[in-house]
Design a protein around this ligand. Structure first.
Ligand SMILES: Cc1ncc(COP(=O)(O)O)c(C=O)c1O
Length: 394
């Protein structure tokens, strides 16, 4: 069949992280034991009490019908309960909460709900790819906000000169703790974002996927803790990382009533909601003992130390992040000129370790690679030995 590809599909470039991934498959096909620290896909299982609830509800025939697109009432109440417990934030489960099929789906459809052809959005660079491509898919235009080392990878609001843009941007997207840079912000930063959004009439979308992955006594703030945040925007909170529920596909959009209502309207046309047993198990996750999230975070803390301490001994010094499941590492001087894709390929071929090249997250990610801490301590030690060989190369 011959048909012309749509403008939308043509606007999407090949997946930038794909080149290293296909090389990894080639190496594995040769029988090489490659340690995959590429994709941020949690390797540990979902806590047992959540899985048990899923199985129990799945046996009930009443749970097999279409579910509710915006999420069961009990589920929306459960996430409002979690925000009250964790931050003392009040959310109206009827108007200020909607369930989404993961944050990725929610962000993509929210971009469609908020933006039309040619509308502009401010997006960090580097960043998690869907932050950018959700805007492109919606027909919008991306204005990059560079995240620079000298500003600790924090957006510099003073550098955004709104008067130079036509049409004026409608949306400001941000995400802290940040993937891939692991940067964090304090509540004051979110307060500044609220003031800026009010002044410039922007809708803020904050992706808070790493809410619970924090260590060393640090706790990253929620955007909704900033006074007036609900007047200007929403926050995405996902169960993927907090409870190792990546494959379950469940997250929430929380905050501004009008924004939630538009997303609910669009999703009402597009889906029938997440499988009921998953929603009920998610209630168990949110209302049950939260010890499990601390345990999950601790696994990443230990792996972080093994990787960073090991690489430091091999001569590669990387600062320790206090959040996320990633390490954002500046490429050593000796290898910098080759660029992040070629450096990642070198580590793969000669060290048998997969990492993500920084440029895959946007051009301002060049000069870095990202490690995802998704293999166990022994395997990470093996990865360090492989990388050491590469670093010692003449
Ligand atoms: C910043 C960020 N947002 C969202 C996601 C994906 O969340 P979900 O599984 O809920 O779609 C990820 C996954 O790596 C992420 O890094």
């Amino acid at each position: 069949m011959i048909f012309e590809q749509s403008k939308r599909i043509k606007s999407l470039p090949p997946y930038a992280l794909g080149a290293v991934k296909s090389l990894m498959h080639e190496e594995r096909a040769k029988g090489i034991d490659v340690i995959d620290l590429g994709m941020g896909n949690p390797d540990k299982p979902t806590p047992q009490h959540i899985v048990d609830k899923l199985c129990e509800v799945a046996r009930d025939p009443k749970a097999h019908r279409y579910s509710v697109s915006k999420g069961l009432s009990g589920l929306r109440k459960a996430v409002a309960f979690r925000y009250k417990e964790d931050f003392n934030i009040d959310l109206d489960p009827e108007k200020e909460v909607i369930a989404t099929i993961g944050a990725k789906e929610g962000i993509s459809h929210l971009a469609m709900a908020l933006l039309g052809d040619g509308d502009q959005a401010l997006v960090p660079n580097p960043t998690y790819p869907i932050h950018l491509y959700s805007i492109v898919i919606a027909g919008g235009k991306v204005i990059s906000m560079p995240l620079l080392k000298e500003n600790n990878f924090i957006i510099d609001l003073n550098k955004i000169k709104m008067s130079q843009y036509s049409p004026k941007p409608k949306v400001l997207l941000l995400s802290y703790p940040h993937n891939p840079t692991t940067a964090t912000v304090d509540l004051k930063f979110f307060e500044d974002v609220v003031a800026f959004a009010k002044q410039e009439n922007l809708v803020v979308i904050h992706d808070y996927a790493y809410k619970d992955l924090h260590f060393d006594g640090y706790k990253p703030p929620s955007f909704l803790q900033a006074k007036g945040a609900k007047d200007v925007g929403v926050e995405f909170y996902s169960l993927t990382k907090s409870y190792n529920m990546a494959g379950w596909r469940i997250a929430f959009c929380l905050g501004n009533e009008k924004v939630i209502s538009d997303l609910a309207k669009l999703k009402g046309y597009m889906d029938y909601g997440i499988f009921t047993p998953i929603q009920v198990a998610a209630i168990t996750a949110l209302k049950g003992d939260q010890k499990c999230t601390a345990e999950i975070a601790d696994v990443y803390r230990v792996r972080r130390d093994v990787l960073i301490d090991g690489l430091a001994k091999a001569g590669w010094n990387i600062p320790k992040p206090n959040t996320t499941m990633f390490i954002w590492a500046e490429i050593p001087d000796k290898f910098k000129a080759m660029g992040s894709v070629e450096f990642s390929k070198l580590i793969l071929r000669e060290g048998a370790v997969t990492v993500s090249p920084g440029i895959g997250f946007g051009e301002y990610g060049e000069g870095y690679v990202r490690f995802a801490l998704v293999e166990n301590e022994e395997r990470i030690k093996q990865a360090v030995r492989g990388i050491k060989k590469v670093l010692e190369r003449k």
